[in-house]
Design a protein. Sequence first.
Length: 131
Amino acid sequence: MVIVSRKMLWAIKLRGAATEQVRFSDENLSDTTSSSIPLISRILITASIIALATLAAIVVPGLDVAFGLTGALTATVIMNVVPGILFLSLDADNVQLGISSTSRVIALFVVIYGIVMGITCACYILAESVL
């Protein structure tokens, strides 16, 4: 018997599962959603994030630096790093995909280029705000 929430009914019907074998449950499954991180660690992580955000708000002179850093980092990640990593995660032994070792090397260079450009753009924006 499969246990799912009522929200998953549509996905189950789309996948063609037999609805008579599904038992509905509105409560969360405690064994799959329980956190393995201790409470003290979660409190320390939350306090650190709040402290870093407060420090950044005090140190950064204006929103143009924050928007510039956000744009520089997300643009390089979206355009270079994520597609390259997704390509590298494909199975190289799958003959139907036709992935050559040359294309994997090119994808690795694109990922490295994206990381270098993200760091370069972030350093430029930070240097421009200081000067």
